[in-house]
Design a protein around this ligand. Structure first.
Ligand SMILES: Cc1ncc(COP(=O)(O)O)c(C=O)c1O
Length: 387
């Protein structure tokens, strides 16, 4: 068989944590009590009203393709959400329903970057971004960030790193893996800087709704020309339904629709009808309870990890991750995570999956498991560290 795969696929890296995940599942199957803190998805099942809406859609035969940009009732519902949540008037025409934020990332980068161009983004950051860029022969321009910058890009960093190849900037707020949120003033200053550079600004608002103590501002409150990515995966607890959306400037709509038609034909039909129920008050009440549960878990995990000596100089304000500096324990968190799994049955993700910036010192803990399980993980870590 001819195995001359393309260079672009050869260059794409797999998640390093995959083997670790496989092993964690094996240990589960062998009857070991593994505490799972590696997952990037809520442990809660999709809210009942959403599941019911999906069942109704199937019963009513809603199983054929839809328009490439999604069904209009969902685009209108999302537009109302922007009104309700952010006080913004967004035309439903500007909202494109996508196959998860992953589908949106592929389209947005295809539209805004190409061979020889790059997109600036944080290191650490969500690893798939740079793989998408590689796929379209462009490049992720990784900018190291730390607690001094609240793990986010700043206008200064953007100015400092901007070069002729830079097509734009990708922000993720709240961020994966750090949970860091860009505040309104800083967001406005970043938007201004990118405008001055005549670049594109893409903001991944996937973890909006999952902030603790305040609501994250949308870039659309400050810059109507930005491209926004969002998803039903995280706040709405619908990872497996593979549904997201993007908000794009009016002039970009026909181009994105063209891409959507060719790449995906349409987003999943049943998921779209299900998602209509995601914004119902009944569902939002459930999601709010879950948000409060996440907050409680975060507080427990952050204080527990700090007591054990992990470095968490900035309290994560959103998402469901704690990116902890474990350099008091190891200079190789990849191996450390493996032995934590094998010996203590605690599964978490080594920093190497999120970039190169001191990654070997960091571990990402997801609080996508209940309080008792987090307590158990802390107890096991405590025994390991303090004997
Ligand atoms: C920052 C970020 N962006 C995008 C995605 C992709 O999400 P989905 O395709 O499930 O909407 C993820 C998933 O973990 C993420 O963490």
């Amino acid at each position: 068989m001819n195995t001359a795969w393309t260079q672009r696929v050869a260059d794409i890296q797999s998640f390093k944590v995959m083997d670790l995940l496989k092993r964690a599942k094996e240990l589960d199957a062998q009857g070991f009590d593994v505490v799972h803190m590696e997952a990037g998805e809520p442990d809660f099942a999709t809210a009942a009203p959403v599941a019911e809406a999906a069942k109704r859609a199937i019963d009513e035969g809603m199983t054929q393709y839809t328009a490439a940009a999604g069904i209009m009732p969902l685009r209108e519902t999302i537009a109302r959400w922007y009104q309700q949540r952010y006080g913004l008037e967004i035309s439903p025409q500007r909202i494109i329903v996508t196959s998860g934020a992953s589908g949106a990332l592929l389209m947005v980068f295809s539209l805004l970057a190409e061979q020889g161009r790059s997109f600036m983004m944080t290191d650490p950051g969500y690893p798939c971004n740079r793989q998408f860029l590689r796929l379209i022969e462009a490049r992720g321009q990784l900018v190291p960030v730390g607690p001094e910058q609240n793990y986010q890009l700043t206008p200064e960093l953007i100015n400092q790193h901007w070069n002729e190849a830079t097509a734009g900037v990708l922000l993720a707020s709240p961020s994966n893996p750090t949970g860091a949120v860009v505040k309104r003033d800083e967001l406005a200053a970043i938007a201004q800087t990118v405008r001055e550079k005549q670049g594109h600004l893409v903001v991944d608002e996937l973890y909006h709704g999952l902030t603790y103590g305040f609501d994250a501002p949308s870039i659309l409150e400050l810059d109507d020309n930005a491209f926004v990515l969002n998803s039903f995966s995280k706040y709405f607890g619908m990872t497996g339904w593979r549904l997201g959306w993007m908000v794009v400037p009016e002039v970009a709509v026909p181009e994105v629709e063209k891409l959507a038609q060719n790449l995906f034909i349409s987003p999943c039909t049943v998921s779209q009808y299900a998602a209509l129920a995601a914004f119902e008050p009944e569902t939002l009440t459930i999601l709010e309870q879950r948000r409060l549960a996440f907050e409680q878990r975060r507080d427990l995990l952050v204080s527990g990890l700090r007591e054990l000596g992990f470095g968490i100089p900035v309290t994560p304000e959103g998402a469901f991750y704690v990116y902890a500096d474990a350099s008091h324990l190891t200079d190789n968190t990849f191996d450390y995570c493996w032995s934590l799994l094998e010996d203590d049955h605690v599964a978490c993700t080594p920093g190497l999956d999120f970039g190169n910036n001191h990654a070997e010192k960091f571990i990402r803990f997801s609080y996508t498991t209940g309080v008792e399980r987090i307590e158990l993980a802390l107890e096991r870590l405590g025994k390991r560290i303090n004997g």
